[in-house]
Design a protein around this ligand. Structure first.
Ligand code: 6PG
Length: 241
């Protein structure tokens, strides 16, 4: 990973502020004549960014031009605290009054295999295609301590070769069913941004970014024609050389 694609911030607040400015620039560049398509990441890390966007983002970008998708979802009801949609709705979407028709959640309550098929059709209908795959303007990703990203876990790296847009998978530890974008779609995005914070991620960040050759799923994120950025707080970056 080239150093220029990694930005390290003193605090999560600084990371969120920079992310907002960076995203609003990308959104302004892209939304002149079309919608800006973003796939939100799950877990707890993006919560801090969403809260910052909700509090400070009102005037920074035309939110009516943004279409919201997810990079993955836990197969739980939309009002379940484990739901990535539930977190984004509460922390961001409701606060910015995003129109329902611009929100394309993964139906965690549905049968996973059927939902992966349904969501693939949703992507085909609402995200411009490039090279025969949905091409998101921006995909936000997190990083698990085992090197997973979205819901592509170690041992599932075949999802980076999948011809499908979405797949249903099982969390290797908890057995929780998930629906995830495939690595093929992730690597077809115009912009991919990893948001990683906290000292608990320092080791895996070092392994993914410092080790030239490794097979962590996150290391296989390498946009074919787009750009990749890592936004880290200093705790998550503390073992980077
Ligand atoms: C999910 C995510 C997953 C997450 C990482 C980091 O649904 O859990 O998509 O890939 O981004 O596990 O999670 P934290 O931000 O909670 O550490």
């Amino acid at each position: 990973m080239e150093k220029k694609n990694i930005r390290i911030f003193q605090s999560v607040k600084e990371l969120a502020a920079y992310s907002m400015e960076w995203m609003s620039l990308k959104m302004k560049e892209a939304t002149k004549d079309k919608f800006f398509t973003v796939a939100l990441s799950g877990g707890t890390t993006p919560k801090q960014l969403f809260e910052y966007l909700a509090m400070h983002g009102q005037g920074t970008v035309d939110w009516t031009k943004i279409l919201f998708f997810w990079s993955d979802e836990r197969c739980v009801a939309p009002d379940n605290v484990d739901s990535n949609y539930h977190m984004a709705k509460f922390c961001l979407l409701d606060k910015l009054e995003i129109p329902e028709e611009h929100i394309f959640r993964i139906h965690g309550e549905a049968e996973p295999i059927e939902e992966a098929k349904r969501y693939s059709l949703i992507l085909e209908e609402n995200v411009p295609l490039r090279n025969g795959l949905p091409c998101f303007d921006l995909i936000l990703l997190g990083l698990g301590e085992d090197g997973h990203t979205a819901s592509i876990f170690p041992g599932n790296t075949h999802l980076f070769e999948s011809a499908r847009y979405c797949e249903s998978v099982k969390h290797p530890q908890t057995g929780q069913q998930r629906v995830t974008l495939t690595g093929s779609v992730i690597n077809n995005a115009d912009n991919v941004v990893f948001l990683v914070t906290g000292s608990g991620k320092a080791e895996i960040v070092s392994r993914v970014l410092n080790t030239a050759k490794n097979d962590y799923p996150a290391s296989l994120v390498c946009p074919v024609h787009g750009r990749i950025k890592w936004f880290l707080d200093q705790n998550a970056a503390s073992r980077l050389i």
